[in-house]
Design a protein around this ligand. Structure first.
Ligand code: ATP
Ligand code: MG
Length: 379
């Protein structure tokens, strides 16, 4: 819609009330904006600190009407927000990113096809609509990972399969939902690029993050990634290419595999990303402020990294028998920044918070991040 600048104390809309939304609210408040959060959970981390929390479903007509009437621009933190919700709001308000971009990013089949058609390498895959689409054992795709096309996150909705029989069992367990069967690659390491793109097409890309996962959930991000410069440059170029092809406005994250020295795109997220959380503590402008700037039409901020950073996720597993972790030890570390999301229930696998260790020397930062991990008893 219009390209005019929205200034404080305007009310902005956020679809989704998780930790990403919460960091957006914090950034918006810092800059004098107000935020209305839509999330059906009355205890949502962002809803609790928002100016207004609309506690309703993402397709609730009354809530969307209120949002359209009271918010000058609307964005999302929740990848699975119905595209129809974004389309509905976009009729009267600025919505960034667009319904089109979000609908591609939230659908693994459309996403893979889009990335591949953009000329970017991806792991070999087959779209599975029915069990009869599963390739035979002789196919080079096995061992593979079966991933549901929609609503998967943090490794949920995925099964590792050695052959067709296992793939069939997994497909049935996913209740015959559309899936992607993807060749299991041997990974050298994984990286991601978070970038912001404004309505004029200016791009601010963050440095490459090197990510390691535990049980399919992001565990650690090391920034900058310890990757050859050619990989760093190429990953950023590919992510920018995706953003441009999507005519994307907002913050976009692209995850990559590095396999046998080659970059392959894994997936994208139409929002700030867990692997960009370090930007809160080690960059001039963090990813949530960039999201806000792109939304309200301000020029993007300086995305420069001013410190080496290692981010470590804190999952609910760290609360052993419900006991609070030793926060005093964590707070005693001057080089460490702790962020807790205000979630009540520390369930295993649930992202409860993270910390970022910053410093001038990467090796020291890594060592300090590991020490803090040990203090928290992270595996
Ligand atoms: P998230 O939303 O947390 O990023 P997700 O559930 O959407 O995760 P993916 O990113 O597709 O899932 O996969 C999670 C992790 O599983 C990857 O980061 C990678 O470690 C591993 N993985 C996924 N696909 C492959 C593959 N084809 N070959 C090897 N490892 C893979
Ligand atoms: Mg992923």
């Amino acid at each position: 819609m219009s390209s005019h600048i929205i200034l404080p104390p305007a009310m902005l809309g956020m679809l989704g009330g998780g930790q990403l939304g919460r960091f957006f609210v914090i950034a918006a408040h810092e800059m004098g904006y107000r935020v209305t959060v839509l999330d059906p959970d009355k205890n949502s981390p962002a809803g609790k600190i928002a100016d207004v929390h609309l506690c309703a479903d993402y397709d609730d007509a009354a809530a969307l009407k209120t949002m359209a009437e009271t918010c000058q621009a609307i964005t999302t933190e929740f990848e699975n927000v119905p595209a129809s919700t974004l389309e509905n709001l976009a009729q009267t308000r600025t919505v960034r990113p667009s319904a089109k971009a979000v609908s591609i990013a939230q659908h693994r089949v459309l996403e893979k096809q889009f990335i591949r058609d953009a000329g970017i390498p991806v792991a070999p895959f087959v779209v599975v609509n029915a069990a009869s689409d599963l390739p035979a054992d002789a196919d080079a795709i096995y061992p593979a990972i079966l991933k549901v096309a929609r609503f998967g996150y943090d490794g949920k909705g995925q099964a590792r399969v050695a052959d067709k029989a296992q793939a069939q069992t997994a497909f049935e367990a996913f209740k015959g939902e559309q899936c992607v069967l993807e060749k299991m690659l041997s990974l050298d390491y994984e990286v991601s690029v978070v970038l912001a793109r404004d309505a004029q097409g200016n791009v601010a890309a963050y440095p490459l993050a090197e990510n390691s996962h535990l049980n399919g959930i992001l565990d650690v991000s090391i920034v900058p990634a310890r990757a050859p410069k050619a990989i760093q440059d190429q990953a950023r170029q590919l992510a920018i290419k995706i953003a441009e092809k999507l005519e994307y406005v907002g913050v976009l994250a692209v995850e990559f595999f590095v396999s046998n020295g080659e970059l392959l795109a894994n997936e994208m997220a139409p929002r700030p990303h867990n692997s960009g959380h370090y930007t809160i503590d080690s960059n001039v402008t963090n990813q949530f402020e960039q999201q806000l700037r792109a939304l309200v039409g301000l020029p993007l901020g300086d995305s420069r990294l001013h410190s080496q950073a290692v981010m470590v996720n804190i999952l609910g597993d760290v609360w052993k028998n419900g006991t609070e972790p030793a926060w005093d030890k964590i707070f005693a570390r001057p080089e460490l920044k702790l962020h807790l999301y205000g979630k009540h229930e520390p369930r295993p696998g649930r992202k409860m918070g993270h910390y970022t260790v910053i410093g001038a020397d990467q090796e020291t930062v890594i060592v300090n991040a590991i020490k803090a991990r040990e203090e928290l008893g992270i595996g």
